[in-house]
Design a protein around this ligand. Structure first.
Ligand code: NAD
Length: 282
């Protein structure tokens, strides 16, 4: 019997990285998955986003883990697209027990350089996109009257000054949004929590464009290989954490997701769960 046997989880940004890891982890513990991802690049974002092939690979991995999955290309900024995927998922599986608002996009500009459009673009994905992700499932959960678990993916940099002030602002806002939702939905036995990952090596930062940025920040020549970039990044990041590591792997976040999605955490709501090697408090 899996730890989330028979549950249905709706996950955004599930084509790669942490979102894919969460989908596979939950499927391996008995859940069915409703997944979406934009599967295209956003002009303002620093790194390339996932591709349709990435989403197909998530489908393959979820099915190999024993789960069923409905996976579609959709943009969390567009309510009609999100709702269409939810409707298809409900048609296939009949319910949603768990929501994981994971899709996000980041750019690295300081306040001086951010245009109004840049700022709005970040909030559109990382804040409005989360509202679009949760509202319809919340209405479904209330109507169904079987409770639920909603998990918003914030970030360790919600707590710190960073070179991505717009992104930090959105991620901090998610914490108070989750608290308000948790209060509102408690009587319906719907739990709402956030996870604050520390630095996670994922395609968002393990890519050539990000490697160029790391080399520039370190004032050194471009890296010859991805391995060289990872080694330098690990050493750069390690002093920021309490534990002697540069980053945490996606599966470490998925383990926290699994617990919050399961009934093991049935009395946990309005919690900020840091999985960050001690980043936020150092
Ligand atoms: N990587 C880190 O160091 C780190 C640290 C803290 C928090 N986080 C958060 O963890 C979550 C997962 O990030 P990741 O590291 O897996 O990055 P990632 O870039 O690999 O994954 C994000 C996914 O979201 C998708 N996406 C982007 N905009 C979208 C949109 N408008 N609609 C639908 N999908 C969209 C992308 O295509 C991508 O597949 C994000 O919420 C991120 O902010 C990441």
């Amino acid at each position: 019997m899996g730890r989330v046997e028979g549950k249905v989880a709706f996950i955004t940004g599930a084509a790669r990285g942490q979102g894919r890891s969460h989908a596979v982890k939950l499927a391996s513990e008995g859940a069915d998955i409703i997944a979406l991802d934009i599967c295209e690049d956003l002009p303002f974002a620093h790194s390339p986003h996932a591709t349709p092939e990435d989403l197909q690979e998530t489908v393959r991995l979820v099915e190999a883990a024993g789960g069923r999955i409905v996976a579609r290309k959709a943009d969390v900024r567009k309510r009609d697209e999100v709702d269409a995927v939810i409707a298809e998922g409900l048609e296939a599986f009949g319910k949603i027990d768990v929501v994981i608002a994971n899709a996000a996009a980041i750019q690295y500009k300081n306040v001086f350089d951010l245009s109004v459009e840049d700022f709005e673009a970040t909030l559109d994905v990382n804040l409005h996109g989360v509202f679009n992700t949760v509202q319809t499932p919340v209405r479904h959960m209330i109507e169904r009257n079987e409770g639920g678990s909603i998990i918003l993916i914030s970030s360790g940099i919600a707590y710190k000054a960073t070179p991505a002030p717009d992104y930090s602002a959105a991620k901090t806002a998610l914490i108070t949004f989750a608290r308000a939702l948790a209060n509102e939905l408690g009587p319906n036995r719907i739990r709402v929590n956030t996870i604050e990952p520390g630095y996670v090596l994922s395609p968002a930062n393990d890519n050539p464009k990000y490697a160029e940025r790391t080399a520039r920040l370190l004032g050194r020549e471009p890296f010859a290989t991805p391995e060289e970039h990872r080694e330098a990044l690990w050493e750069q990041l390690k002093p920021r954490n309490m534990l002697p590591v540069g980053w945490v792997e996606p599966e470490a976040i998925s383990n926290a997701i699994l617990w919050l999605a399961s009934d093991e955490s049935r009395y946990v709501t309005s919690e900020e769960l840091k999985v960050d090697a001690g980043f936020a408090d150092k």
